[in-house]
Design a protein around this ligand. Structure first.
Ligand SMILES: [Zn+2]
Length: 125
């Protein structure tokens, strides 16, 4: 399991007119976890390469494509040292406790919508 770092951030609404305190959860991958994730990605792509063999005609492209893409995807995965998980806090609009799921590559500042009231929220320090 990766270590989780919690950063203090704020949810802003309406250009900072309203704001609330929130927490940003970030997974931190150590050397061993990064290598494990990279090997799993390589295994997946090479499995897809093997699985593409019975597909008539398309296998001429899919088999070498997945085989070559495997190491490239593994290197890209290995370089990922941290991933953003989610942000948690009270919405500045509806005052409800919300959890906002974020993409691993998302960074702060970020703009999104409240899952409860659908108002725009600006995530920043
Ligand atoms: Zn809301």
């Amino acid at each position: 399991m990766p270590a989780v770092r919690i950063d203090a951030i704020h949810f802003y609404h309406n250009g900072g007119e309203k704001n609330t305190e929130a927490e940003l959860y970030i997974s931190i991958y150590n050397e061993k976890e990064r290598l494990k994730r990279a090997m799993m990605r390589l295994g997946l792509f090479w499995l897809l390469s093997l699985g593409s063999i019975p597909i008539i005609f398309a296998h001429w492209v899919l088999v070498p494509g997945f085989f070559i893409a495997g190491p490239i995807a593994a290197i890209m995965t290995y370089r990922v040292k941290q991933a953003t998980n989610h942000a948690s806090g009270r919405c500045p609009c509806c005052e409800q406790q919300v959890v906002i799921n974020l993409e691993p590559k998302d960074s702060i500042p970020s703009w999104t919508y409240c899952p409860q009231c659908k108002q725009s929220i600006h995530l920043d320090h």
